[in-house]
Structures are given as structure tokens and as C-alpha cells.
Write a protein that binds this ligand. Sequence first.
Ligand SMILES: Cc1ncc(C[n+]2csc(CCOP(=O)(O)OP(=O)(O)O)c2C)c(N)n1
Ligand code: SF4
Ligand SMILES: [Mg+2]
Length: 363
Amino acid sequence: MSHEVIRQHLPLLDEGGRGDAIDDELGRDRHFLPDMPDEDPYQAGHRTCAGCGPAIEYRWVLKAAGQDTVVAGPTGCMYVANSTYLCTPYTVPWAHTPIASGGSFTSGMAAGYEAMIRKGRHPGPYPNIIVMAGDGSAADIGLGSISGALYRNHDALFICYDNECYANTGIQVSPTTPYAGLTTFTPFGKANPAGKQLPPKNLARMMAEGHPHCYVATTTVGYPVDLINKTRKGLNHQGAAFMHCFTPCQKGWVYQTSMTVELGRRVVESGLFPVWEYDPAERKYHYFHPPVQRPVTDYLAMQGRFGHMLPEHVAAMQRAANLNWQDIGMDVPAELREGEDPARHAKLKEESYSMPLNRGIGA
Ligand SMILES: Cc1ncc(C[n+]2csc(CCOP(=O)(O)OP(=O)(O)O)c2C)c(N)n1
Ligand code: SF4
Ligand SMILES: [Mg+2]
């Protein structure tokens, strides 16, 4: 006899609360945390760096998913720092996969649970199945495996926690490292003053365009309610879902430890990381329009990895941000248009910006 596979349904948090929150002096709503789940399947005691963005993302994703969850993690910081011999911070089942096979491993888990439930060998409902892969894994070494899993539509949530480098092996360049982002493989010098020359790979767009039956979303650690709700929407979606989360890396990006969440907001407010949701039923993108639009210098100057940028590099970055604003249907204010002109800039080290106390070490 075949047993029915019962799916879980996770409620969404009230996002209307954003409107109720009091604006700060910059016109942004303050962080609004409505009924945050008490449970913490990702506990304290892990060994990530202080201020680690991926650790914040792991905690909120697992709060959103709850206790009936199984997690896989391909090799990367969040495998290495979270699992030393006989010790992990998880209170839910967790498995390490090779860096290239997060997608295929997770497909196997999903197919295995379906089969076990049908045969009556797993008593509960279908669990929340999540893989959280770094950008080196999801956008590069393990891209094919994740794409295969999305295409076959396994019922699981595939997440890329994006710290824009291969962090665990010593901050090497990855496909999502931004233009001019300094890594050990993209040093700047006389022959190449910019450092990294290519723009970042647009991973989330690739996933949405290439797998139009999947729920796909982008988010950052700057927006906890958005992150939690998109995790839950991805899990509630029957079939494969992909979420791309911007997660600053304190060690690799060289910024003040307490600024991780602020960076998660500024990257959106400066137009460098559009936040959106792709609805497969409508085949439509829904864009978040931030209430504040900033020059890119407000984001760049907080981080040491951009400290070498010259006026022409800053102008190129502003041009890229302005194209993003247009892509998501927002007007580009005159001040930001003018920022496309190198003559409007100094070296990044000498640029003025709104919060000088947060200037990145070395920037
Ligand atoms: C096939 C393979 N190549 C290289 C490595 C070495 N390696 C281990 S962790 C890592 C970095 C992974 O980067 P990412 O996926 O972005 O995760 P992060 O460390 O940034 O969290 C690399 C290259 C490996 N484990 N397997
Ligand atoms: S190197 Fe970066 S991603 Fe890795 S634990 Fe440290 S802050 Fe987190
Ligand atoms: Mg990475």
C-alpha cells in the first residue's frame, strides 16, 4: 500500500509591520522583527569569525524552517567552521557533501524521503530539505549539480550563501566577486589597477531564467523578515526553489565587525544587489524598491577590499548600479547619474560619504 506524502506549510511573518515601524533619520524603516520563532536549530558555539554574514543567514534560515528539517552543506566555511570532530551547532540532522555535489546529494535526500514516506518507513510529514552552498560551490564548482536538481524539480530549497569569494581556502576570487573586489587571486597593481575586471555572475537570474518552473528569490542579511519569508515560501513551494542570499564576509571584505547587517542593507540601497522574487506561476519578477537610493561610495568605502579603487573604477561601479536601478524599474536620480563621470570622484580612500566612522580598515 502506498502512503500519502503530507507536506508542511510554514506561515509567513507579517511584512506589513515594516510600514508600522518608525522611520530613522535616513528615511528607512527600523529593523522590524515580528513573531520571530523562538527555536534555534543553529545554535551558538560554532567557530565562524565574529560578524560572519553566512552564520547570520544560517541561523535565520533554520529559525524559519524549524525543527522538522534536514540540512546539507557542501565544503566551504560553513562546513569547516561548523563541524569539528564530534561537534556541530545543529539540533537538526546535517550532512556534509563534496563541494561539487550539493545539488545531487540533496536530490537524493528528497527522492529518498518521498520513497520512504510512500512505503510507510518514515512516519512524519515530508521534512524541510535545505542545502546551503557557498558561491564557490553554487555559482562555480557545483553549479551543474544544483542546476540538474532544480531542473528535475526535487522538492527542496537550494540556497547560495554568497560571500563573494572562496573564503575558506583563503579568500580567492569566485564568479560572484564584484568588479574591483580584492582577493588573493585578483591583486591590484600597476598593470591592473582595478583588481578584478569582470562583473559578477548573475547567478539568481540564471537560475530563474533557466528553470522557469522554480521559485527563485534574492535576499540579504540586511532584511531578516524578507529572508525568513522567502525561506518559508521556498519551502512551501512544491518542487525545487532557489534562494540567493548576500552574506558579507568580515575576514575577506575587511570591515568593522558590527557592520554586517548594515552592509546587507547598503548593498541594496546602492543598487548593487537587487532584491526580488520570481513567481513561476506568473513567470514574473517582483522587485523590492528600497526607500533610500545611495551613491555606491556609501557601500564601497566601508570595506577594505575596495580601498585601492581609483576615480574611474568608482564611476564604473556607479554605472553598473544605475543599470540595475533601471532593470528593477526605478528612476536614477541626477546625483547618481553624475556619479558615472570619473571627474566627479576622488580615489575611494579620499571620497567623503555619510558615515565616516564606519570606513573599512585599510580603505
Ligand atoms: C573539488 C574541490 N576543489 C577545491 C576544494 C577546496 N575548497 C574547500 S572549501 C573551498 C572554498 C569554497 O568556497 P565557497 O563555496 O564560496 O564557500 P566559502 O568558503 O566562501 O564559505 C574550496 C575551494 C574542494 N574541497 N573540492
Ligand atoms: S572567513 Fe568569512 S565566511 Fe568564513 S567564517 Fe570568516 S567571516 Fe564567515
Ligand atoms: Mg564563498
